[in-house]
Design a protein around this ligand. Structure first.
Ligand code: PLP
Length: 432
């Protein structure tokens, strides 16, 4: 039998760190990365035939669970008509329509292939539409790996403990101003000093790449207000949250209900249903700055790929209210059990949660976690033993304390039961 170890050795020889995306390398939790060979519903199976309850969900896309029959069937049907034509085709508008039905502010949409491409293009669009240069981002928010957005980024950059990335020039970084999340006075100060040159503020709808960090009451609305006041755009990065959580996003409490909308949204993950699709969207007059109607260039050989569109359409068509209710309820059950197990084991922690997205931050109960500095100050060394205990008991967690846990519609009582059973021993491992 080929073991995970064998596969890792081969991969390390062929690919930097043996991976194609850094967090998969188990750098912060140690040990040999697991090579998965199949996924079905709430479960993944590795190369050694071990089965795991999956709480990574392909890092977000697997809202309906792995191999959802409607998604697989739609993909098969699309494949049967061809893999791509390099032309327009009907499925592009169909997915765009599904997005706009749920997000009325997404009046026009441009499909791209990754979340990175969506935010990178959104920044270019904001600069092109406003004629200004500076972008403000929040420390610990991750918006993909385009040069200007890597400063103090969350996700893998946080996991590896990097301030940013080598290879990003000072000139590129100098046009990104980074401030702490949830800090209104820092935002006010930045606008007081640079207001005339700020093209956009980019923020995660609710940050989930430094662990989950809820926006303080009214923080997103404040970003909306201050950007409008200074003629800057607000880019709402919904790559992780879009079509997954209903609380912090455009259709929830901080969006439509409060009566405001961002200028540009970015989506990814769920809208591709597991295949490479992402999008930027927004008001017509802004979106029409994009080529070919406007001067801001964006293009993509694989943009709007028909197989990816089919997966996205089938996913959104099946993501009804019952799906969200199920994921919300089950997430609450797991989050409560996680917190209870840690408390029983005497592990100081904060359970960070917005909607169905949650994570744990160790040793933070005095302060909670409201920003990147607090997220980084946690006792992250406790996560490795916790992670490996869960893995040994057949539960696959994100291999970094800075990543959110993802449930799906396929997490039934049996899958949830396996997670709950594993938590006490993992909590004790974290206590050491
Ligand atoms: N924006 C957010 C909020 C994300 O969470 C991510 C990825 O995790 C991205 C952008 C980048 O997306 P991708 O990995 O598809 O490039």
């Amino acid at each position: 039998m080929t073991t995970n170890q064998d596969l890792y050795e081969t991969a390390r020889d062929l690919m930097p760190g043996g991976v194609n995306s850094p967090v998969r390398a188990f750098g912060s939790v140690g040990g040999v990365p697991v090579s998965m060979v199949g996924g079905e519903g709430a479960y993944l199976t590795d190369a050694e035939g071990q089965q795991y309850v999956d709480l990574v969900g392909s890092w977000g896309p697997a809202l309906l669970g792995h191999k959802h029959p409607a998604v697989i069937e739609a993909v098969h049907r699309a494949v049967d008509t061809g893999l791509g034509f390099g032309t327009s085709h009907p499925a592009e508008a169909k997915l765009a329509q599904l997005v706009r039905q749920r997000v009325p502010g997404a009046q026009m949409i441009r499909m791209v292939s990754t979340g990175t491409e969506a935010t990178m293009t959104a920044i270019r669009l904001a600069r092109g539409a406003t004629g200004k240069n500076i972008v403000v981002k929040f420390a610990g928010c991750y918006h993909g790996h385009s040069d200007g957005l890597l400063a103090a980024a969350g996700s893998g950059v946080a996991t590896l403990g990097l301030p940013g990335s080598a290879g990003v020039t000072a000139a590129q970084a100098s046009e990104t101003i980074v401030i702490e999340y949830n800090d209104r006075s820092a935002l006010e100060q930045v606008f007081a000093e640079h207001g005339e040159n700020i093209a956009a503020v980019i923020t995660e709808a609710t940050p989930a790449n430094m662990g989950v960090v809820p926006p303080q009451e009214g923080f997103n609305a404040f970003i909306r207000e201050i950007t409008t006041r200074h003629g800057a755009l607000m880019i709402f990065d919904e790559v992780m949250t879009g079509f997954r959580i209903t609380e912090a996003g455009y259709w929830g409490a901080s969006g439509r209900v409060e009566g405001w909308e961002p200028d540009i949204f970015t989506f990814g993950k769920v809208i591709g249903g597991g295949l490479p699709t992402a999008a930027l969207a927004g008001r017509r007059e802004i979106m029409e700055h994009l080529a070919p109607t406007g001067p801001v260039y964006h293009a993509g050989t694989l943009s709007g790929n028909p197989v990816a569109m089919a997966a996205g359409i089938a996913t959104l068509e099946n993501a009804d209210a019952a799906v969200y209710q199920h994921i919300d309820e089950k997430s609450q059950v797991v989050a409560d059990a996680l917190s209870a197990a840690l408390t029983d084991a005497g592990v100081d922690h904060t359970l960070q949660k917005v909607g169905s997205l949650f994570s744990v931050a160790f040793g933070t109960s005095q302060t909670g976690v409201h920003n990147y500095a607090e997220a980084q100050a946690q006792e992250s060394f406790r996560y490795g033993p916790f992670f490996h205990s869960m893995l040994e008991q057949g539960v696959y967690l994100p291999p970094s304390v800075f990543e959110a846990w993802f449930l799906s519609a396929a997490h039934d009582d049996a899958a949830i039961g396996r997670i709950l059973e594993a938590l006490p021993a993992a909590a004790h491992a974290a206590a050491q």
